[in-house]
Design a protein around this ligand. Structure first.
Ligand code: PEP
Ligand code: MG
Length: 583
């Protein structure tokens, strides 16, 4: 058995057949065909060539109308190639002579042509080599051989092993068939991981070499608790793993039995445990585990999972559904946090350093029309129940003030239009940029609540990309530098009498719970599936111990020391829980 280490993202154990999706050219790995399949594969190639030619003609005509005849000229090259008997002949010969499948024959023939262009030493032809890539992509899509197409058409139970996925692709996975997800890249808090962890299946990220070492259809095991991928396990190993999985399932069932007990510490301090959701449909799962409301609705997924920008009514529909399903509990709507690794149709143009670029509130303030549509829907739904709005990635006061001004502006608009809307919508901001954390006292005068986003705060404080598995060992929200900021923000909020919650992934980690309570937090918002565990820890500990732990931890100098200390303390405060987690 081969074992590949990975970063655990969503817990659970799954055994199944691997489906391996590498990058764009992945689907073109040769699938040898039989003699009797030759004619069929040749026909598929003819169909793809004709289909892409008509697709290109339509594009050309559209460009001609929009940009003029000269701009439409670029399509002449593509169309010429498609009609060139040499390319067609090369592909068909590969199928007939080598018994290559249609996709492989197409990709290899285009690769040959591209190499020839590049060897010509003529800049014009070298540029044409890029156009060939576009052509290849179109043809392979028609032949159903692109990784992204394969992901969309999964129709049997598999464990998906993917080189990389976008958050929107993760959101679109059908968990009737995808039983677990392994990503070769990414970290614990990359947005694709966060999205994937809402699917309710085991997920691991940063699993280097997985798409190389695992063969399609082979049996693999994903261990989302320990963060590992086991390839071709032996029978007795499988039996052992299955036994572990059933113990785990029993533990979850037991935790669910206690899901509705209040989250009160052993010495009587009440803690609100809310959920982070990406889509309104997650609310029923959140209520099943006893969530006290939604502390973070990542609304950008409305955008990322659609083929166009949502209208005001579509926003309203989603928010209304979430609010109704919550049955009187609070819904905290975060405005679009697009950009960086959350790009879809609305994403900014590629940037050299997107995590420091035009993302989140910065992007919204530059795209006022889109922002105002969302704000209108939020104000309207807030007339129907307990809703709060929260602005992400605020770094300087002017951003907060501009966002608030936009909100006031659309409020006046709604008033003039006579549409029902809220007059006293609580307005909060995320604290996830170090400048905002350091200036928390000043910001606290201008908002009704804070929510600390440790995922981004950690990456910006430690200068470690949250989505880059090469530096994942340096990324830790348990670093004392991050913790000191959390403490200062919580005390600034207390001092100014405003609410402060924490909604980064740190809130989902039972090992950090005592510490976060000891630092002064009374509201945590987290991945719904983790709520039973966190509630259990809360009910086992005493606030006096949590405060002592926080004092002890803040004197340490590394995240490793912090984690060791916290594991020890959790072991003392909740020995049963700790023992089970270790099993
Ligand atoms: C965070 O940064 O901690 C956060 C909750 O926001 P997101 O993970 O969506 O960036
Ligand atoms: Mg964030």
């Amino acid at each position: 058995m081969l074992q590949l280490p990975a970063i655990p993202v969503a817990p659970g154990l799954a055994v199944g057949e691997a489906m391996v999706v590498r990058d764009l050219r992945e689907g073109v790995e040769r699938q040898p065909i039989e003699d009797q399949q030759v004619d069929g594969e040749c026909l598929r190639v003819q169909d793809a060539l004709e289909h892409v030619a008509s697709e290109l003609e339509q594009d050309r005509d559209r460009v001609k109308v929009d940009l003029g005849a000269e701009a439409a000229e670029i399509f002449a090259f593509h169309l010429g190639l498609l009609r060139d008997p040499a390319l067609r002949g090369a592909i068909l010969n590969r199928i007939r002579d080598n018994l290559d499948d249609a996709a492989h024959a197409t990709a290899e023939s285009i690769l040959d042509l591209s190499r020839r262009f590049q060897a010509l030493n003529d800049p014009i032809f070298r540029e044409k080599a890029d156009d060939l890539l576009d052509l290849e992509r179109r043809l392979l899509r028609r032949l159903g051989a692109l990784g992204e197409d394969r992901i969309q058409s999964i129709d049997r139970p598999v464990i998906l092993i993917a080189a990389r996925l976008t958050p929107a692709q993760a959101a679109g996975l059908d968990t009737t068939f995808v039983k677990a997800l392994v990503m070769e890249t990414g970290g614990r808090t990359s947005h694709v991981s966060i999205m994937a962890s809402a699917l309710g299946i085991p997920v691991i990220a940063g699993c280097r070499g997985s798409t190389r070492h695992v063969k399609e259809h082979s049996t693999v095991v994903v261990d989302g608790d320990a963060g590992r991928l086991l390839v071709r396990p032996l029978d007795d190993e499988l039996a052992q793993l299955r036994e572990m999985a059933s113990r785990r399932a029993a533990r979850i069932a037991e935790a669910l039995d206690h899901a509705h007990e209040p989250a009160v510490t052993a010495d009587g301090v009440e803690i609100s445990i809310q959920g982070n959701i990406e889509l309104a449909r997650e609310i029923s799962g959140l209520l099943e585990v006893g969530g006290d409301g939604v502390g973070l609705f990542r609304t950008e997924y409305l955008y990322l999972t659609a083929s166009r920008a949502p209208t005001e009514e579509e926003h309203l529909q989603q928010y209304r559904k979430a609010l109704n399903d919550l049955g009187g509990r609070t819904l905290t709507i975060r405005t679009f946090d697009l950009g960086a690794d959350k790009v879809g149709l609305a994403g900014p143009d590629p940037e050299p350093n997107p995590m420091l670029g035009l993302r989140s509130i910065r992007y919204c303030l530059r795209n006022m029309q889109m922002f105002r549509i969302q704000l209108r829907a939020i104000l309207r739904v807030a007339a129907e129940g307990p809703v709060r709005v929260m602005f992400p990635l605020i770094g300087v006061h002017s951003e907060l003030r501009q966002a608030r001004m936009a909100l006031e502006d659309v409020r006046e608009e709604l008033l003039e239009e006579g549409l029902p809307h809220s007059r006293d919508l609580p307005v909060g901001m995320m604290i996830e940029v170090p400048s905002a954390a350091l200036m928390a006292s000043s910001f606290a005068r201008e908002v009704d609540f804070f929510s600390i986003g440790t995922n981004d705060l950690t990456q910006y404080v430690l200068a470690v990309d949250r989505g880059n598995d090469s530096v994942a060992s340096l990324y830790s929200s348990a670093h004392p530098a991050v913790l000191r900021m959390v403490k200062d923000v919580a005390s600034a909020a207390r001092h100014h009498g405003i609410d402060c919650s924490l909604c980064g992934e740190a809130a989902s980690d039972p090992c950090l719970t005592m510490l976060l309570l000891g630092l002064g937090l009374r509201t945590l918002s987290l991945t719904p599936s983790r709520i039973p565990d966190i509630r259990r820890v809360v009910r086992s500990v005493r606030m006096a111990d949590c405060e002592r732990v926080a004092r002890r931890v803040l004197c340490l100098e590394s995240d490793r020391q912090v984690i060791r200390c916290l594991q020890e303390e959790l072991g003392r405060a909740a020995p049963d829980f700790r023992a089970e987690q270790g099993s």
